[in-house]
Design a protein around this ligand. Structure first.
Ligand code: KMT
Ligand code: NI
Length: 179
């Protein structure tokens, strides 16, 4: 089960957990209500995993590549880590399968508060098109992730404010239909 919590307001290091005191958990069901879905898979067999194949076929995740986020592996590491942490949205779902290491995805809850989602090896997570979110490594400074996409990938990120996009409006409307 994915662990998620409401973040504190501190401006401290983005790589820290930023839990409230006391911790305020967000359940998988609450995440589904804002369109965030999760599967747990066996990342040791990702190259030949029938469960992963089934999800990819059912969802049409035809494209995949693998990114390693680590100071020695990712060119321009510190800048990229900063860039991933800018609040943004995409016109398509963001689908990531963590093959190794750990990190955080932050998403805006219904009330606009930041929710921090801890992901680690074996977590496949999908963020819906139009949701405001950001990503950060944690204190381990290490994540390897498979990036999945329906068709030819479009990585373009639109930083907030991006409220005029049809996909944003559709996302906001979908929240009203999911009380
Ligand atoms: C994004 O859109 O913020 C990212 O792709 C983050 C890095 S992938 C683990
Ligand atoms: Ni993104």
């Amino acid at each position: 089960e994915l662990e998620a919590w409401y973040m504190d307001e501190s401006r401290e290091d983005q790589k820290l957990p930023h839990r409230l005191e006391p911790n305020q958990r967000v359940t998988p069901r609450q995440l589904e209500q804002i369109g965030v879905y999760h599967w747990k898979l066996n990342a040791d067999i990702y190259e030949n995993d029938p469960e992963l194949q089934k999800i990819r076929e059912e969802k049409g995740y035809s494209y995949m590549d693998i990114i390693t986020i680590h100071p020695d592996k990712l060119p321009d590491y510190e800048n990229k880590v900063k860039m991933f942490y800018e609040e943004h949205l995409h016109l398509d779902d963001e689908i990531r399968y963590i093959l190794d290491g750990s990190s955080y995805f932050d998403v805006r809850g219904k009330d606009e508060r930041w929710i921090r989602i801890a992901v680690s090896k074996g977590d496949l997570i999908t963020l819906p098109a139009g949701i405001y979110h950001r990503f950060t490594v944690d204190e381990s400074n290490y994540t390897t992730a498979m990036r999945l996409f329906v068709g030819e990938p479009v990585w373009k990120a639109y930083n907030r404010p991006a409220d005029d996009f049809d996909i944003r409006k559709a996302y906001v409307n979908s929240l009203r239909r999911r009380p």
